[in-house]
Design a protein around this ligand. Structure first.
Ligand code: SAM
Ligand code: SF4
Length: 322
């Protein structure tokens, strides 16, 4: 699989505290001086583009809480070979930021919404009840300014949102957005357990029972999601079986953490410290290029989880970026 996609976490901070991602009182945020500056991120992406990376996704933490994110987008869009810059957000600041982001050259956004019920939304994100409405207005605004296609990420949590599948089908159709169901991953915190995990196949079976066989959608495949049209509803639903069908040979992505560590795999703690290299007095672009070349070789050799040392992720999701 060609490695063409880099996820860049720009901050580990967030205005929400989603129960499966971040503890209520997080005390271990990365100190500001350890966070990559925008110029450093752009330098790294420039080198990655020489190795075939074409698409960059900004994530976090919440990328829209980092000041001046538009200037990073602008810098990334100027790099030869980078065709697409996208962003994954909780959507809270999207209504006010969408226009600026579009002007800076952002191509599209994914917005995370786990429930369409304002009270449940406040519960899972540990925010207040007005949050869901604000996020929905953010989606409308993103569509209006042309950050399309807007996609919605929904983490499946048994007993919490598995009763809302039909609501999400209606929502997809009426908002004209693809809703992608993501499996809850055992990353960091204590929220994950066998009792709240459901494979996405259960949702697929439910939809097939209700609406008949799902028709594969002709969408540009950028990642692990498989998308389907649901009967005559007009809904577009995707499934990301990140836990139940984890195929390393199909993985086209690398991850850069906000403190400048390159992760070859979400589920492996093996990291390469690019920030240390960038900030060392002996830094040269050639040195970075050689390090990145080594990382690509290592990533390409991986054709099964076992190849990447032991499976393990001691970081929490907000410090990697999903
Ligand atoms: N704050 C932004 C957001 O929520 O969209 C971007 C960062 S967030 C870490 C990126 C994605 O990871 C979100 O869609 C979120 O739902 C997902 N995520 C976080 N923790 C997860 C977990 N334990 N299992 C599955 N997905 C998770
Ligand atoms: Fe914040 Fe996104 Fe994690 Fe929720 S999932 S706490 S919005 S980083």
């Amino acid at each position: 699989m060609k490695i063409s996609y880099l996820r860049v976490s720009v901050t580990d901070r967030c205005n929400f505290r989603c129960r499966y991602c971040m503890p209520e009182e997080e005390k271990e945020f990365i100190p500001h001086q350890e966070i990559l500056r925008y110029e450093e991120i752009a330098e790294i992406v420039k080198v990655f583009s020489r190795f075939g990376v074409r698409s960059v996704r900004l994530t976090g933490g919440e990328p829209l809480v980092r000041r001046g994110i538009e200037s990073l987008i602008r810098q990334l869009k100027e790099i030869d070979g980078i065709d697409e810059v996208s962003l994954t957000t909780n959507g809270f600041f999207l209504e006010e930021k969408a226009e600026l982001l579009k002007e800076a050259g952002l191509n599209r956004v994914n917005v995370s919404i786990d429930t369409l019920n304002p009270e449940k939304f406040a519960f899972i994100t540990r925010s207040d009840e007005g949050s869901l409405g604000r996020v929905l207005r953010g989606i409308e605004k993103a569509k209006e300014v042309g950050l399309n296609p807007v996609k919605v990420n929904t983490v499946l949590v048994k007993g919490f949102n598995d009763s809302e599948i039909e609501d999400f089908v209606r929502f997809s159709a009426s908002y004209g957005v693809e809703v992608r169901f993501i499996e809850l991953m055992p990353v960091g915190g204590e929220f994950f357990s066998r009792d709240n995990f459901i494979p996405v196949s259960v949702v697929k079976e439910f939809l097939e029972e209700k609406f008949g066989a799902l028709e594969p959608a002709r969408t540009v495949k950028m990642g692990p999601a498989k998308s389907f049209r649901v009967g005559s509803t007009g809904a577009l639903i995707g499934f990301i079986p990140s836990v139940s069908q984890h195929f390393c040979s199909e993985c086209n992505r690398l991850r850069l953490t906000s403190d400048g560590k390159l992760r070859l795999c979400l589920m492996s703690d093996r990291e390469i410290d690019l920030k240390e290299l960038l900030r060392s007095p002996n830094y040269t672009e050639e040195l970075l290029e050689r390090t990145v070349a080594g990382a690509f070789l290592l990533k390409r050799r991986v054709d099964g989880v076992s190849a990447l040392e032991s499976l393990g992720c001691s970081r929490k999701m907000f410090s990697i970026g999903g």
